[in-house]
Design a protein around this ligand. Structure first.
Ligand code: PMT
Length: 219
């Protein structure tokens, strides 16, 4: 029986990968399963929050009506959905692995395999979390950093650049952390604090993250 510590709060969560179309049959994507974001959604709803979960392609399911699931495909669609609801959110958590680049043009027909080399021009996608940071009013904003090197330095830079209140770092150098696994190993940074956690199930990682958010909100 979880205490309803987030009763009356609205939590907006991005989850999963984005798929950026190349042609009608192909896309650029990544290995995100959505598990981390869906675990956060489940835990927040157990604590009494209304959850708006905006997810890229994922096979994860939601368990109850207090989680409003909006499925999107590309970064641009995710961005539009986020800003449909951002004003209503008390807490924003960006756990999605958004593609940083998308093909400049989407071929109308399937690209034929003719030449030895094929070049696809990519253009930068919007940074959803950065925009959330720029438009931040009453929201408590939490970002993720998925790193493979200079982890803490990169996470702190993202914390500043995106105007966050908290950042959750996971490193692909840690066994069992990051993509696809049912487990994750995180560090959490706020302006003044750093907390390090052991490898745990994503359900339990979600609890740690929400405990930290609640701790900050009560300050
Ligand atoms: O889905 P799972 O398989 O469970 O895996 C979970 C996870 C590894 C995807 C998750 O724990 C995680 O780390 N998510 C963030 C992945 C990521 O893309 O990190 P980043 O360091 O590239 O981005 C930094 C932050 O900016 C993230 O909060 C990201 O959501 C956000 N971002 C990034 C680019 C962009 N165009 N828009 C964004 O909002």
């Amino acid at each position: 029986n979880t205490k309803k510590t987030l009763d009356g709060k609205t939590v907006l969560i991005t989850a999963g990968p984005t798929y950026e179309a190349i042609d009608p049959v192909r896309f650029i994507g990544n290995h995100s399963s959505g598990k981390m974001g869906f675990s956060l959604a489940e835990e927040a709803s157990k604590r009494g929050a209304k959850v708006i979960l905006i997810s890229g392609p994922s096979s994860e399911k939601v368990s109850n009506k207090n989680i409003e699931l909006h499925k999107v495909t590309s970064a641009k669609e995710m961005m539009a959905k986020v800003f449909e609801f951002y004003d209503t959110a008390d807490i924003g958590i960006a756990s999605a692995a958004v593609a940083d680049y998308a093909p400049k043009e989407v071929a109308k027909e399937k690209i034929k395999k003719n030449d030895e080399n094929l070049t696809i021009e990519l253009v930068k996608n919007p940074d959803i979390l950065k925009s959330m940071g720029e438009k931040k009013a009453h929201q408590f904003l939490v970002g993720f950093a998925l790193e493979t090197q200079n982890e803490e330095e990169n996470a702190k830079a993202k914390f500043e650049k995106k105007n966050l209140d908290m950042i959750v770092l996971n490193s692909l150098r840690d066994e069992g952390a990051g993509f696809k696994n049912d487990t994750n190993k995180i560090k959490i940074f706020t302006k003044t604090e750093k907390k390090e956690f052991d490898l745990k199930s994503k359900e339990n990682v979600a609890k740690d993250i929400l405990d930290c958010i609640e701790g900050q909100l009560l300050k």
